[in-house]
Design a protein. Structure first.
Length: 233
């Protein structure tokens, strides 16, 4: 913790009072965060990923406030430097096997939520409910940069499902794995950032591509907020 001295115009270490606003890395989205020195006058070396040069670069953090994409160059490179696509496909296949095992234990019944969140605060999420490998529900919610709800709906009958245009399309987790495989095999890593991530038990969580010449909110693909497995044996 740090104390901001008005007299000295610096943050002094080991005292309470100077608040940090550190942006933690979640699902590699930190690769697109822009560094911010903050309001204090100390000098700590931190890192960010420069999408134009495709390199991890250092910047000086003042000690409080601001935005820290990464605390070390190793963390930056591990999160943002492109992984070999063939290795990513192997990991995807391994994850698919894990998913099939868990899905079978729960009679092909589960619920997952896909989401999008802009760096400026607005976003949306769609929750799909599957029972016995059949989609039985879809719920949608969107919000503005003040976190106020802007739209929502719930579809629970076969006549309703898919009628609303907003939100993610009707898809099972198997469909999302297929979508991810398509992304990894069709998006050129020379012109796109490719991101692949899994949850704590190995199930697919993120599979994104983002054009390297795009700056903000460019990632597209699979972004899963949570999965709930139901109806266990």
């Amino acid at each position: 913790m740090k104390f901001f001295s008005i007299l000295l115009s610096i943050c002094i270490l080991f005292f309470l009072g100077c608040m940090q606003n550190i942006q933690k890395n979640t699902n590699n989205e930190s690769c697109f965060l822009k560094p911010d020195t903050g309001m204090c006058k100390a000098a700590f070396t931190k890192y960010y990923y420069d999408n134009k040069s495709m390199q991890c670069k250092k910047f000086i953090w003042g000690g409080c406030g601001g935005t820290i994409p990464f605390h070390s160059k190793y963390e930056c490179k591990k999160s943002c430097v492109a992984e070999d696509v063939s290795n990513m496909l192997k990991k995807l296949q391994q994850s698919y096997v894990v998913w099939q095992q868990h899905k079978k234990k729960h009679h092909d019944s589960y619920q997952y939520t896909k989401y999008f969140s802009s760096w400026v605060g607005f976003g949306e999420q769609t929750t799909i409910t599957v029972k016995n490998n059949r989609i039985i529900g879809r719920q949608y919610l969107s919000w503005n940069d003040k976190q106020e709800t802007t739209a929502q709906y719930s579809e629970s009958s076969q006549q309703q499902l898919g009628k609303n245009k907003k939100g993610s399309s009707l898809a099972t987790m198997n469909d999302l794995y297929d979508n991810c495989h398509h992304i990894l095999t069709n998006k050129d890593p020379e012109t796109n950032h490719l991101t692949l991530g899994f949850d704590e038990i190995g199930i697919l969580k993120t599979c994104l591509y983002s054009p390297k010449n795009c700056a903000d909110d460019c990632s597209q693909g699979v972004r899963i907020k949570k999965i709930i497995l139901t109806n266990r044996n």
